[in-house]
Structures are given as structure tokens and as C-alpha cells.
Design a protein around this ligand. Structure first.
Ligand SMILES: [Zn+2]
Length: 80
């Protein structure tokens, strides 16, 4: 591995450690496998979360699937 590649890897580690200052998610989509109801499509776009589960669709409140993803992303996206 050449020096440039090693330097890039080291810099990426610093960026990852400084994630809250350096990285902003603009949008993302993921599926979350529920216990009883199968996969749910969870989407994040410009500060807004949306899930296709019945709870989120009817109540327009944060559901367990959105909460799970927020935990996985360790506060890198805001709950809306
Ligand atoms: Zn949901």
C-alpha cells in the first residue's frame, strides 16, 4: 500500500471519529424487520422521518422502527 493510500485511510478514521462535526445525512432509506409484521421501509429526508408501518402512518409519531435507526445512527440524524 502506498503512502497516499495510508494517508487517506488515516484521514477517514479522523473524519469518522469527528462524525458529528463533519457528516450530515441528507437522506437515507432502510428496512427494519419487525417482530410480527415483516420489513418496514423507513426513510429520512431533509430532517423528516417516515415509516410505512401503521403506527407512523396513522399517528404521524415516531415509531419503534425510526427509534431503532436513530439509535443505530447514534444521534447523527434528528428525530422529527
Ligand atoms: Zn414504523
Amino acid at each position: 500500500m502506498d503512502y497516499t493510500r495510508i494517508s487517506q485511510i488515516e484521514k477517514s478514521k479522523i473524519y469518522a471519529e469527528e462524525r458529528n462535526e463533519r457528516i450530515s445525512f441528507l437522506s437515507l432509506a432502510a428496512t427494519v424487520k419487525g417482530d410480527n409484521t415483516g420489513n418496514h421501509l423507513v426513510q429520512y429526508d431533509n430532517g423528516r422521518w417516515q415509516c410505512d408501518c401503521n403506527y407512523n402512518q396513522t399517528r404521524h409519531e415516531v415509531c419503534t422502527h425510526i427509534m431503532a435507526l436513530e439509535r443505530v445512527l447514534a444521534n447523527m440524524v434528528k428525530l422529527a
